[in-house]
Design a protein around this ligand. Structure first.
Ligand SMILES: [Zn+2]
Length: 442
């Protein structure tokens, strides 16, 4: 039948293209193209993320990851980086006016956010912890207790003038040059706000300052590649914070609202294998008492499912930072991850987010001609942000022993593989760019 069509020159233009993207692949596999669930057809994805930018994340963990060629994502507090334009501050009325008011008006829903934002600028560490605890109480619905927590803080401030001195921000040892150097080694940097507040108890001006100005410092010092992701401190999922955050960042480790993604946060005891959504983001926080065997078991779990994105969360390393994990343990664990790379795609938080979003928003269609197959890959996301290549699988005629795969300027010779449907090739393609052309290279 094909021969007859090709011999009829008047119908050539119309019938050379067989647009059969809806056809049954079991009957007509040639040209049938799907987007692999994970990059390079792997079984799962793993992102290794670090919070707070403590020193040994860079002095110890990053060196191990570089040696093993594994990429990391570092969520950093930009106020700690020397050379940052923006530091912790309070935007609002004069603070002494706020202190004075606390003498006569108890904290309530109308003044909590202002007071909780301002108290971070006062006193010593113990005083500032009233902000942190109030945030925790507020988020767990214990509102009255949150008000009392702030009242207690201001009571101490009023009683001791020395506590009315303003907090002086200090930047750490890390510079933007250091960070750009680490980024050039393949790692992602992303916002963890300027100064690690409980955003849920901040008023709009102060909350937005932390979200927007940390992004601005990253943008100005590193460029747009590192403004994609965010982690709001303390893993908050406060609704109000999430609304502000979604408008300013593409991907958040706190929570992603996509209907095709189930998210199990660090505290969840649910098993990732019991969800049938297209993707399950499974966050695991490695703490100082987490055994190496336990950490390896998370990788093993990924291997027996096909929809898990394991997001590992690390804080301290080798004695420095919260819940520090020995460097030797990390080294052994990262070697285990590296040796699993035939099945597991290890990528930054940003890249896995992009892959999933692009795939779920993409359409792939193909046209079959006598001796070649052309494929279109398009998605409806902002192409300046969502630019990661996707892995396609295309079934080809069984007679093709070697396949030339080209898109725009680039081309590659590929050897077909075989499954129960027939012969196929697997290749990376750029969405929203030129057609992909596959041809028999014999
Ligand atoms: Zn943190």
């Amino acid at each position: 039948m094909k021969i007859a069509l090709f011999n009829n020159s008047t119908l050539t233009v119309i019938f050379l293209l067989w647009l059969i993207s809806c056809s049954d692949p079991d009957k007509e596999p040639n040209g049938y193209t799907t987007i692999e669930k994970w990059q390079d057809g792997k079984t799962a994805a793993v992102s290794l993320t670090y919070d707070d930018g403590s020193a040994n994340q860079f002095n110890v963990a990053l060196l191990i990851m570089n040696r093993l060629e594994l990429p990391a994502t570092f969520f950093i507090n930009t106020g700690n980086i020397s050379g940052s334009e923006y530091q912790r501050k309070f935007i609002g009325r004069p603070i002494d006016q706020i202190i004075k008011e606390t003498e006569t008006i108890p904290t309530n829903a109308d003044n909590l956010f202002e007071r909780a934002s301002a108290i971070r600028m006062l006193g010593n560490y113990e005083i500032r912890e009233h902000h942190t605890r109030a945030g925790s109480l507020w988020e767990s619905g214990r509102k009255e207790e949150a008000f009392r927590e702030i009242d207690k803080g201001y009571e101490l401030i009023r009683a001791d003038k020395s506590l009315q001195v303003m907090y002086q921000p200090q930047s750490g040892d890390l510079s933007w040059d250091d960070i750009n150097n680490y980024a050039s080694q393949g790692h992602e940097f992303a916002s963890h706000t300027i100064s690690h507040p409980r955003l849920s108890v901040m008023d709009e001006a102060n909350l937005l300052y932390e979200l927007e100005k940390s992004k601005e410092d990253i943008l100005n010092n590193m460029g747009p590649e590192h403004t994609f992701s965010v982690e709001c401190p303390y893993g908050t999922e406060d609704e109000r914070v999430m609304e502000y955050m979604y408008e300013r960042y593409e991907a958040s480790r706190n929570r992603m609202p996509e209907p095709y993604l189930e998210e199990l946060n660090r505290g969840s005891r649910e098993q990732p294998g019991s969800f049938d959504k297209e993707y399950v983001q499974w966050q695991r926080g490695a703490l100082s008492d987490t055994s190496l065997d336990q950490m390896k078991a998370w990788i093993d779990t990924c291997n027996v499912h096909n929809n898990i994105w394991l997001v590992l969360v690390f804080h301290g390393v080798d004695g420095v930072g919260w819940e520090a994990i020995p460097g030797d343990t990390l080294d052994a664990y990262f070697q285990y991850i590296q040796s699993s790379q035939d099945k597991i795609w290890v990528a930054t938080f940003k890249d896995v987010s992009k892959y999933i979003s692009e795939r779920m928003h993409a359409e792939v269609s193909f046209a079959r001609e006598q001796d070649q197959i052309s494929i279109q890959l398009i998605h409806d996301l902002d192409p300046s942000l969502y630019d990661l290549p996707l892995t396609l699988r295309t079934y080809i005629p069984s007679g093709w022993k070697t396949v030339m795969c080209s898109q725009g300027e680039s081309s590659k010779k590929l050897t077909p593989e075989k499954d129960e449907k027939g012969f196929f090739i697997r290749y990376q393609a750029q969405p929203n760019k030129d057609e992909i052309i596959l041809a028999n290279a014999e």
